[in-house]
Design a protein. Structure first.
Lengths: 556, 234
């Protein structure tokens, strides 16, 4: 080979290697489907791909087709929750740490929702609103009315964490500042607002928002209730976002001790009575290590507190209306499974009435509206959660008879299995779906007729009730069996898929209208780059089902 | 379709081979063959490297490079002084694959073209050439994904293709006596731009009527290339 030949060869080989760029690292990742999280919204399925900081929203189209649209989301999501109305997704993200480049993000809360659209052919566009925070927090609670949200630390996970810090978001207002680098608009309140709660050493365990509470004197307030392991704090949300230099009113902290030796007690649950024209709002607190229940009368000033010993540690409680003549019939009903009874507490006087139960029920649900009782001012409660072996898995407790003749107030329902959960059927209050302990049986209970229809499965199955309340879906996690059960006739329609099912979502189709509702069932297969099988939810059939494959394969 | 294309190529090659053999009969001495070597038929076998920078190529390769095998048979049609013009048929075959998002992917490319080549001889130092090669390309892509039960996502399509390149051919070996079929061996290099019409990668599961595939964007295999070949004059 002469010099010219060698030169040509060197040039060619050099060109070959110098021009070989590498592809984006995105493609070198492992299969994304096993790591994604899916969430069912009213109008589709949200797939959060944390590894790639993106959300893929799947909308149902006619003929069982799916449309996917991508949206970038905040880095490193830690908590994701669907809004109470099922139309938005909230993503709490810790961002990047340490923040070193312009591409690194601060912690944030992102609200993802669909833009209004009247199209019946094209899915509405997904949009995101991002609220920036200074410190990463791990827990998020959204107000049922979707007016506010709160982020808090809970168990300590960061290098330094103020466990008493709350970050409050006003979801009805735009973020302020609008971006991490934008200036604060001083004509309105910062949003979010960071607030440190007066600390007595407690660590926040659970937070919840109340509905509007009547505090008397025409004063209505929404409260944020924070349970720590030693106390309960009440935060007024209506004045939580003052425009500087105004400040928010201080919160109220109720330190909990037992009535005898002052030992700290740990809150385990709350019950709220919103108040009415004849009486103020009330709050009840039960404890996990004390037999007292604490009832608070909420007013414009500091709450007054009563302690009532119910004879055992209560497992559940609720404010109920009875036909008792005092306190307008209002009582606090507490279940005490260790004594197999329920205790009715008169909030003002702490007088109690004990009602013996047939079993050690641990949970109660008010079903008054479902029954349409002739005396709607008297509540009826569904008792459940008894251990196996009880004569009745559920009982109906009529509060109208409880105070005078408690022995006649409880009536067993023909369900002998132990019930681990009671599910509501949207738009159909008289139906309850009882999940039998073990997961291999469900009972559809009609509260009016007290007809209990058991539905058995050959394997441990999961249940999903359609948001329109017309049917439920039962499937075997990691299996291929699926069934639709219409609440009208409870006739199961058996279906199957080619791939194992991880989750199912009954979503509204893009061409759905109030006059002609259309829905699809999306069965998610978390394999490879994610697949789905789509059924016509209103008329499910394997013949008309359609598969959508490799949903996350598209490039970033 | 893929098999039919290869048959067309083989038929073309055999026809040109026959023509080249007849052209060879008129030559009497080795010295004449050296001067007129490009007048006869030539068989080229080479390695072609194409540089593909489009994002649609990323799922199928860990780099921006597509290696190919190149085979061509040409015949000189016109010769005037140091200048000549030839034509023929060529076949380039390339295959690549990768693991993308855990999926096994594959891409194959068959390029069938008609090289039209202008040459300028430089005596015993060989000759330079410019080559245009219109033709067709058969692109076939496949993605094996566990979310596609029992089947891969595939797509195949015939597309217009064309090459434009320039290069140089150096004689490596010359038969100095006798009247044999093989008269010269050449080392050849050329580089240029290869065009393949873009293809939308809306891939579907093969054999699945009620299944939707995925749109991986646009696959654009056009780009610069080089080719290193050995050639034999016939």
């Amino acid at each position: 080979m002469n010099r010219v030949q060698r030169a040509l060869l060197v040039l060619a080989v050099g060109a070959m290697f110098s021009a070989c760029g590498s592809r984006p690292a995105y493609w070198d990742q492992s299969a994304p489907a096993p790591a994604v999280a899916t969430y069912g919204l009213q109008e589709g399925v949200a797939v959060v791909d944390s590894a790639n900081s993106r959300l893929v929203f799947l909308s149902a189209l006619p003929a069982q087709q799916l449309s996917a649209q991508q949206l970038p989301v905040a880095h490193n999501p830690v908590t994701t929750t669907v809004s109470p109305d099922g139309r938005s997704l909230f993503i709490l993200a810790s961002g990047d740490w340490p923040v070193q480049t312009a591409a690194d993000q601060l912690p944030s809360l992102t609200r993802v929702s669909q833009s209004p659209s009247s199209s019946t052919t094209v899915p509405a566009k997904m949009t995101a609103t991002q609220f920036w925070m200074s410190n990463p927090l791990q827990n998020l609670v959204v107000d049922p009315g979707e007016h506010w949200a709160v982020a808090y630390a809970g168990a300590q996970t960061n290098f330094v964490q103020n466990v008493s810090e709350l970050v409050l978001f006003d979801l009805t207002q735009a973020p302020n500042p609008s971006s991490p680098s934008a200036r604060l608009d001083e004509t309105r309140s910062p949003n979010p607002v960071s607030r440190t709660i007066q600390a007595f050493g407690g660590i926040p365990q659970q937070l919840s928002f109340t509905a509007a509470l009547n505090l008397g004197g025409g004063l209505t307030r929404h409260l944020l209730l924070m349970e720590t392991n030693i106390d309960v704090t009440l935060v007024d949300m209506d004045d939580a976002f003052p425009v500087p230099p105004a400040t928010a009113p201080p919160e109220t902290t109720v330190r909990l001790t037992n009535g005898t030796d002052g030992t700290m007690v740990t809150p385990a649950g709350l019950a709220v009575y919103p108040g009415d024209p004849s009486g103020p709002a009330r709050l009840a607190i039960r404890a996990s290590n004390d037999t007292n229940v604490f009832t608070l009368v909420l007013g414009p000033s500091t709450p007054t507190i009563n302690l009532t010993d119910v004879g055992g540690i209560p497992s559940d409680m609720a404010f109920v209306m009875t036909d008792a003549p005092t306190d307008g019939g209002l009582r606090l009903a507490a279940l005490v499974p260790s004594n197999s009874n329920a205790v009715l507490v008169e909030p003002d006087t702490s007088l109690t009435t004990t009602v013996s139960l047939d079993a050690a029920y641990t949970s109660l649900s008010l079903v008054t509206q479902a029954l349409g009782t002739p005396a709607p001012t008297v509540d009826v409660a569904l008792l459940w959660g008894a251990p196996s072996g009880a004569t009745y898995g559920v009982e109906l407790w009529t509060l109208g008879n409880s105070v005078g003749t408690p022995y006649r107030s409880v009536q067993g329902v023909d369900v002998s299995q132990s019930i681990q959960a009671v599910d509501d059927v949207p738009g159909n209050a008289q139906l309850k779906v009882l999940e039998v302990t073990g997961g291999s049986e469900f009972v559809v209970l009609n509260l009016v007729t007290q007809n209990a229809a058991p539905l058995e499965t050959s394997q441990s199955a999961s249940l999903m009730i359609a948001p329109d309340g017309l049917r439920m879906w039962v499937f075997t996690p990691q299996g291929t069996n699926l069934a639709s059960i219409d609440f009208k006739d409870l006739n199961p329609v058996r279906l199957t898929t080619d791939l194992p099912i991880n989750a199912v979502y009954d979503v509204s189709r893009v061409d759905s209208t109030p006059a002609d509702p259309q829905r699809s069932l999306v069965a998610i297969h978390q394999l490879g780059t994610l697949g789905a099988t789509v059924f016509d939810a209103l008329n499910p059939s394997p013949i008309t089902s359609r598969r959508a494959d490799a949903l996350l394969l598209e490039g970033p | 379709m893929k098999t039919r294309g290869k048959w067309i190529l083989l038929m073309g090659l055999s026809t040109l081979w026959s023509s080249a053999a007849h052209a060879d009969e008129g030559e009497s001495t080795a010295s004449m063959r050296l001067d007129q070597s490009e007048i006869v038929g030539r068989l080229e076998l080479g390695y072609r490297g194409s540089f593909v920078t489009g994002s649609g190529y990323n799922p199928f390769s860990t780099n921006d490079y597509l290696p190919q095998l190149s085979l061509a048979l040409t015949r000189t049609l016109v010769s005037e002084g140091p200048w000549s013009f030839g034509a023929g048929v060529a076949w380039d075959y390339g295959a690549t694959g990768a693991t993308s998002l855990g999926d096994t992917t594959a891409l194959t490319l068959d390029r069938l073209t008609v090289p039209l080549e202008g040459r300028r001889r430089f005596g015993r130092w060989g000759y330079a050439f410019v080559r245009g090669a219109p033709g067709v390309a058969y692109e076939s892509v496949e993605v094996d994904d566990p979310s596609v039960p029992g089947n891969a996502l595939t797509k195949s399509r015939w597309l217009f293709a064309a090459d434009l390149s320039a290069g140089y051919s150096l004689p490596l070996w010359t038969r100095t006596r006798g009247s044999q079929l093989l008269s010269h061996l050449w080392a050849q290099a050329d580089g240029g731009y290869g065009l393949v019409v873009d293809q939308r990668l809306n891939m579907t599961p093969s054999g699945q009527a009620r299944a939707d595939g995925v749109d991986l964007g646009t696959l654009a295999l056009s780009g610069g290339f080089f080719r290193l070949s050995v050639a034999a004059s016939l």
